[in-house]
Design a binder for this molecule. Structure first.
Ligand SMILES: Cc1cc2nc3c(=O)[nH]c(=O)nc-3n(C[C@H](O)[C@H](O)[C@H](O)COP(=O)(O)O)c2cc1C
Length: 328
């Protein structure tokens, strides 16, 4: 019995399951006990068990099938890797191309779900408490410790952003990760210069201007990672009339917000904090120049990422009867 991660895909028009033989342990994957077992006796059973404290939500699926090794160069090998990488971003950086993978074919399944669920009621996909902890717990953090954030957490957050709804499913956004101190300083300095000009234009007192600039600079320079979400309109539809073109762009901006929310929730779930800063909206060219970005990348925000240095404040939320203005 071996715990595995798995992904499903279609091979020869048949649903199959792929399991990677990843980089660890080093050496010949064919020497692994599980591989030797499979080669000797291909009948396998995969149990996918879903446990919840709420026993009405318990479930399992038992998949039986025939396992074999799929070698690099075999039909289906690239598809197996693609399916695994789609599900587990961690595999994106592993060199799996030269390694065989396990494929289970000829699947038959048995499954079970807890309690006599009322067919008219939806079945929860995530515990209510877990969801509330996630969506209510996330805070905008504005003061960070300097300790670094594991790269995989940043990658997973950006992968989560990729799952946001978007117009035509075209994902009209890209992300720039700014991690080196030098680049973060360059970005902070460039944006501070624009902001200084703007605050002076507003007639702000010089000491207040400097204090606000210092605060913003601190945030950008202390947070160990900055993520710059950019609008990327290249793949969107072009219309002959300005109204529809405007609506198309609005949809893209709306979905950028959805993507950023996915990103923030993913960070928060992983124990990392984020703070949304709108500054690049006011000086997109300055940010493009400071980071050397293509003109097709339109920076819309900076998300400061790191570990909160102090407990963030929680702003109260509107009651439900104010949020729902009508229910017809
Ligand atoms: C589009 C957008 C832009 C924001 N820009 C800033 C910003 O420039 N600086 C800042 O401190 N917070 C910014 N925020 C964060 C909000 O102030 C914050 O979400 C709000 O006060 C609610 O607090 P919470 O996120 O902790 O729940 C922004 C939020 C959004 C959605």
């Amino acid at each position: 019995m071996v715990p595995v991660v798995y992904a499903s895909f279609t091979l020869d028009e048949e649903p199959v399951i792929a399991i990677a033989l990843d980089e660890k342990p080093k050496g010949n994957p064919r020497a692994l006990r599980r591989v030797r077992n499979i080669l000797e006796r291909p009948e396998v059973a995969l149990v996918i068990d879903e446990y919840h404290e709420d026993w009405t939500a318990l479930a399992w699926v038992l998949v039986r099938g025939a396992a074999s090794l799929i070698e690099p160069g075999d039909v289906g090998h690239p598809e197996a890797l693609a399916a695994l990488r789609q599900k587990y971003p961690q595999y994106a950086r592993m060199r799996l191309e030269q390694r065989p993978a396990i494929v289970i074919r000829h699947l038959s399944t048995t499954s079970w779900r807890g309690a006599e669920q009322d067919d008219n009621q939806p079945s929860p996909r995530l515990g209510r408490e877990e969801l509330a902890a996630l969506v209510r717990g996330r805070r905008s953090v504005r003061a960070f410790e300097t300790r670094s954030v594991p790269r995989v957490i940043v990658e997973e957050a950006i992968a989560a952003a990729g799952w946001a709804p978007s117009p035509h499913g075209r994902q009209p956004w890209r992300f720039v990760v700014v991690e080196s101190q030098e680049r973060r300083d360059a970005l902070a300095d460039a944006m501070a210069e624009t902001w200084r000009t703007q605050l002076r234009l507003d007639g702000q007192d010089e000491t207040i201007v400097e204090a606000r600039l210092q605060k913003s600079r601190d945030r950008l320079q202390r947070a160990p990672v900055l993520i710059v979400p950019c609008l990327f309109l290249e793949g969107l539809d072009a219309y002959p009339d300005a109204d529809r073109q405007h609506a198309e762009k609005t949809m893209a901006i709306q979905s950028l917000g959805a993507a950023v929310q996915n990103l923030l929730l993913s960070l928060y779930a992983a124990g990392v904090d984020g703070g949304w800063m709108c500054a690049p909206l006011f000086c997109p060219e300055v940010v493009q120049a400071a980071l050397g970005l293509e003109p097709t990348l339109d920076p819309h925000a900076v998300i400061a990422v790191g570990f909160a240095a102090t407990d963030p404040v929680c702003r109260p939320r509107l009651p439900l009867d104010e949020l729902i203005v009508d229910w017809q």
